[in-house]
Design a protein around this ligand. Structure first.
Ligand code: NAP
Ligand code: ZN
Ligand code: ZN
Length: 346
């Protein structure tokens, strides 16, 4: 079937309306009528070729929320009419160690990304900036009744990407967690860490987001542009989640970790960073990275969000505003995630 979509025809070219093929429904496939697609900063990095090697034309979108329209004959996990979501991947080898452990994002043969990848037949994958998508049932999660589809869409990337490290490094009561950068990912980090019971600090460039941060659950807020801020916070945190993709003074941030603290890189920069390794020695600190989360874990995250009445803070836009929204994300002018109304792709 052919469906309407928005695509970047080449790296850095503005997105424009187009049509794309969706495969015929296979035995275990689910056809989803997309309701909303979030705009992740990764969409912008990739549509602009900032990570190199993009497949064009590119239809971004890996924060997909919608309703099941049709299912293949072998589908057991989802039924027509179900509210469902699709995140950053649509397949993996399913047999390697990480896949068997439910960590398909770390598949040893590489997971199949929702867009800017190739499926098992070698065809390019196209993401959620579209009206419909066909996905294997094992890579489709259920969106609980308690979360509206528009506020749920960003959970499929921004939500799981922060939930997974918070769970892995055991954020909870007694843990001091700092979130660096309160954008799409960061604002979900604040909500999730607060709901897990951690003591949450936001490290933002300016004071502009302070009121929002406190409303979303931050206990403390610091503006890193104010001189001496990071120095005063030396030894303060057990866990830092860095969602920033710009160059940061890594040594200054590492020094805010307490004994055995871990700084987890979440933002995906274009360039290698410089890390003064001496900052790790004195307090046995760790520097780590994390990428999205597994499928079962994504379902856990959605259930956790429903239980704690959490969704993303969103601004809904029609498809024709995508290019403008990209500019606004890059300029830091979004509170806190753009979500595209998929009916406007038609
Ligand atoms: P976003 O909405 O643009 O948020 C990024 C935040 O970083 C901004 O809101 C801003 O927060 C801060 N920031 C921006 N420029 C900065 C600068 N020059 N110096 C310091 N701070 C700056 O982006 P996002 O969608 O949350 O994505 C963040 C990054 O994570 C992107 O690189 C994205 O590709 C990556 N990502 C990674 C994964 C993964 O699996 N690891 C998954 C999804 C996305 P303040 O205003 O509070 O300073
Ligand atoms: Zn993303
Ligand atoms: Zn695998």
């Amino acid at each position: 079937m052919t469906v309407p979509a928005y695509a970047a025809p080449a790296a850095k070219a503005p997105l424009e309306p187009t049509t794309i093929p969706r495969r015929a429904l296979g035995e275990h496939d689910v056809l989803i009528d997309i309701a909303y697609a979030g705009i992740c900063h990764s969409d912008i990095h990739q549509a602009r070729g900032e990570w190199g090697g993009g497949i064009f034309p590119m239809v971004p979108g890996h924060e997909i929320a919608g309703v099941v329209a049709e299912v293949g004959p072998g589908v057991t996990r989802h039924a027509v009419g179900d509210r469902v979501g699709v995140g950053c991947m649509v397949d993996s080898c399913r047999t390697c160690g990480p896949c068997r452990a439910g960590q398909e994002q770390y598949c040893e043969r590489g997971n199949v990304p929702t867009y800017n990848g190739r499926d098992a037949d070698g065809n390019p994958t196209y993401g959620g900036y579209s009206t419909r998508i066909v996905v294997d049932e094992n890579f489709v999660v259920s969106i609980p009744e308690g979360i509206a589809l528009d506020a749920a869409a960003p959970l499929l990337c921004a939500g799981i990407t922060l939930y997974s490290p918070l769970a892995h490094w055991q954020a909870g009561p007694g843990k001091r967690v700092a979130v660096v950068g309160m954008g799409g990912l960061g604002h979900m980090g604040v909500k999730l860490a607060h709901a897990m019971g951690a003591e949450v600090t936001v490290l933002s460039q300016t004071r502009r987001k302070e009121e929002d941060a406190r409303r979303l659950g931050a206990d403390h807020f610091h503006a890193t542009s104010e001189p001496g801020t990071l120095e005063r916070l030396a030894g303060s945190f057990d866990l830092i989640l860095n969602t920033v993709s710009a160059d940061l003074d890594m040594g200054a941030y590492l020094n805010t970790l307490a004994l055995d603290g871990t700084m987890v890189q979440v933002g995906a920069p274009e360039r290698p960073a410089t890390v003064p390794l001496f900052a790790l020695l004195g307090r046995r600190r760790s520097l780590a990275g994390t990428m999205i989360g597994g499928i079962a874990e994504t379902q856990q995250m959605l259930d956790f969000c429903a239980e704690h009445s959490l969704g993303a803070e969103i601004e809904t836009i029609p498809a024709e505003k995508i290019n403008e929204a990209y500019e606004r994300v890059v300029a830091g002018d979004v509170r806190y995630r753009f979500v595209i109304d998929a009916s406007t792709f038609a």
